[in-house]
Design a protein around this ligand. Structure first.
Ligand SMILES: [Zn+2]
Length: 315
């Protein structure tokens, strides 16, 4: 049995729907919280050790003095390797940034670039308390390699898009990626991920919905991030964005990244679906999209996660 004792920290706890912070010690045994008490010593743990398990018993102690002890944060929408591009948004709208900067650079990325950029991002996230990341990026086998190495929890995928006529190739890549997973590793799980409604045709959306049902996986998609999308989606799919979403993904657990531009009709439709919103205000402000009215969404009963930048302010 392995025991981890976290001592002298201020522990973030939930009490009567409120968040409180109290000085406590925490004992974790075999990956589960066994005790949260005012004071736990190594002697308290040793009392439970019998001669038969004494050899396999290890106690690790962390002195958390001066820190807050809390559950790991979850990054609900990321493109993990993209931290290396974080200064590239300056003065761009979303479409300018994607078309003129990001997509041309991404065409030149190597597997090695993706692997080391992922390592960098994971290390930054771990250092700021993020222990689970929901991702959407290409060459995911390199991201998975980095995640295995650092033992982070991640939700990975191979994003699908058909603006360049290579949808079938991308679906094949997704299948290979998913089917070569390590089934013993429960830290890594998967989504099916159409990039967005404005970059995926009806054919692409149908195929992604079919894949999600075939593998019983959630869907992760960008949704109504910028004002331009509203008319583009209407033009491409001949109906409003939320109706397109409902048409293809109704009944499938769907994670919607951004959702800055929801109107009342969109909110009413999303309420009938099994979906959660991953709102990214810093990214949205940097690309001039404004931010979502999350108070209204929450009051209407939508499920909203707030994602901030993971960058650490290094001293
Ligand atoms: Zn995104």
């Amino acid at each position: 049995m392995q025991s981890l004792l976290i001592k002298n920290g201020k522990v973030l706890l939930f009490k009567n729907d409120d968040v409180i912070i109290e000085p406590k010690d925490i004992l974790i045994q075999n990956g589960k919280i066994a005790k949260i008490e005012n004071r736990i010593t190594e002697d308290d743990i040793s009392e439970n050790i019998t001669e038969s398990n004494a050899n396999s018993e290890k106690i690790y102690t962390i002195n958390a003095k001066g820190t807050i002890v809390m559950p790991g944060l979850i990054n609900t929408h990321a493109h993990i390797p993209m931290s290396i591009f974080r200064v590239s948004t300056e003065g761009c709208s979303l479409y300018e940034w994607l078309n003129e900067k990001i997509w041309p650079i991404e065409n030149n990325l190597t597997k090695e670039d993706i692997y080391y950029a992922s390592m960098l991002s994971f290390i930054e996230m771990i250092s700021t308390g993020t222990t689970c990341i929901n991702d959407q990026y290409f060459m995911p086998e390199e991201i998975r390699k980095a995640a295995y190495k650092l033992k982070v929890r991640a939700v990975l995928t191979r994003p699908l898009i058909d603006t360049d006529g290579t949808l079938n190739e991308k679906i094949k890549e997704f299948r290979e990626f998913y089917e070569t997973r390590d089934k013993q590793n429960d830290l890594i799980t998967y989504t099916v991920s159409p990039h967005s409604l404005y970059t995926c045709s009806d054919n692409c959306l149908q195929k992604t919905a079919d894949l999600a049902k075939e593998y019983n996986l959630p869907v992760h998609i960008h949704f109504l991030e910028s004002i331009d999308e509203i008319s583009d989606i209407q033009k491409m799919h001949k109906m409003p964005a939320s109706k397109v979403l409902k048409k293809y993904f109704d009944g499938i657990h769907t994670i919607l990244a951004h959702c800055v531009k929801l109107n009342d009709e969109d909110i009413a439709i999303l309420k009938t679906m099994n979906c959660g919103i991953a709102h990214n205000p810093v990214s949205n402000l940097m690309l001039g999209c404004k931010i979502a009215d999350t108070t209204k969404y929450l009051k209407q009963g939508l499920n909203v996660a707030l994602r901030n930048r993971w960058t650490r302010l290094w001293k």
